[in-house]
Write a protein that binds this ligand. Structure first.
Ligand SMILES: Cc1ncc(COP(=O)(O)O)c(C=O)c1O
Length: 370
């Protein structure tokens, strides 16, 4: 008898995450990493102070539950949500994985809309489920609400939406989410990934929160990796109805969050000043980048997040390589369903200048070879 592998687990993973700096480092060369949507200003100082304060206690197990973090979250949401409406995990992506494990398996389906974040189809497929792509439509990457509703069957468990969306940086306007939530049948949960919500300024942007407050079957996914600058700590959370959140928490193992992640996240929630500084920085820098992209006549999309999508004048992988020669890491996003595009994180002014100077050089060299 040979080992009975699960056939759907033999499929190769496409969601690998972006490269780290050390993978591309050349000695003596400065590298600007604009490929993973990290915070260019570093980490929340309050979180760093909490990490320093607790680093001496690592011989002890952390709290058995995440109750303190969930209480801090309820406080952060001004008491509109209760601690029992939260589920904390080792990152936002781990939360998506938990939700998929909780609701999906062989014979079930989910719906997502490309260009999108890979885990929405990777994780369901790793659970033997089927993920159905109903692509975003038009140059504004709007949801195809009708297409999604038509694709729903009695096997559908989850519908994923992301706003602001990775990798497009665009948002889904409130009227589309309203329509989707209103028309989704009761057996389907809307998983609303909002990990970049802090950066938005579009008037018709909406979060998962109002729908959860109405008691709808909606889960909001959040992360401490982005605006709080804690990607290395791996901590995230979701919120939903008490019924859904309690069901999800049942799947968690004890001591899931390590002590430093717990303390960092609790402290970060109090760091409004850092979030404000981060958001102001991103807004100033995106305006600076737009100007130059327009001068260079590069097709790009205005962003509601801390990154933007653009079409390079050559193949995205050639562009990635050429920009690396200029000391800048960017991210081709074919794996996200945007085959001729590249995603660029908004960095420090110095990093953004390096990107724009490098881009100008690459564009000129390329047009001279035509
Ligand atoms: C749309 C989206 N959701 C979730 C995540 C997960 O973030 P993390 O796992 O670092 O918390 C990311 C990270 O890139 C993302 O872009």
């Amino acid at each position: 008898m040979s080992i009975k592998y699960k056939s759907y687990l033999l499929k190769k993973s496409t969601y690998k995450g972006g490269k780290s700096k050390s993978e591309v480092m050349v000695e003596g060369k400065t590298i600007y990493k604009l490929s993973s949507n990290e915070n260019p200003l570093g980490s929340s100082p309050k979180a760093l102070a909490a990490i320093q304060k607790h680093i001496g206690n690592l011989s002890e197990y952390p709290d058995r539950t995440d109750a303190r973090l969930r209480t801090a979250l309820a406080h952060f949401y001004k008491g509109e949500l209760t601690p029992n409406q939260f589920v904390t995990t080792n990152s936002g992506v781990a939360n998506i994985e938990l939700i998929v494990r909780a609701f999906m398996g062989e014979g079930t389906e989910c719906i997502y809309s490309n260009p999108a974040f890979g885990p929405y189809w990777e994780f369901p497929e790793k659970n033997g489920a089927t993920a159905i792509n109903i692509p975003l439509v038009g140059d504004h990457f709007l949801l195809d609400v009708e297409g999604i509703l038509n694709a729903i069957t009695e096997k559908t468990r989850l519908v994923f939406v992301t706003s602001p969306n990775n990798p497009t940086g665009t948002h889904i306007p409130k009227y589309q989410i309203d329509e989707l939530v209103e028309k989704l049948p009761d057996h389907v949960i809307l998983v609303f990934d909002e990990v970049y919500f802090q950066y938005t300024d579009a008037p018709e942007f909406v979060r998962a929160l109002p729908y959860v407050l109405e008691g709808k079957n909606v889960i909001g996914i959040n992360s401490f990796s982005k605006a709080y600058g804690l990607a290395g700590m791996r901590v995230g959370y979701s919120y939903s109805t008490e019924e859904i959140a309690t069901y999800l928490r049942n799947l968690m193992r004890p001591f899931m969050l390590n002590s430093l992640s717990l303390e960092a996240a609790i402290a970060a929630l109090e760091d409004d000043e850092f979030i404000q500084k981060t958001v102001e920085h991103v807004h100033t820098e995106k305006a600076f980048i737009y100007q130059k992209l327009e001068a260079l006549d590069i097709k790009y999309w205005k962003t509601q997040a801390n990154f933007l999508l653009m079409k390079p004048p050559m193949s995205p992988t050639d562009f990635e390589e050429a920009m690396l020669q200029e000391g800048v890491m960017v991210r081709p996003v074919a794996g996200f369903g945007a085959s001729d595009c590249v995603r660029v994180t908004i960095g420090t002014r110095e990093g953004n200048e390096a990107f724009l100077n490098g881009l100008e050089k690459v564009v000129h060299t390329f047009s001279n070879t035509l």
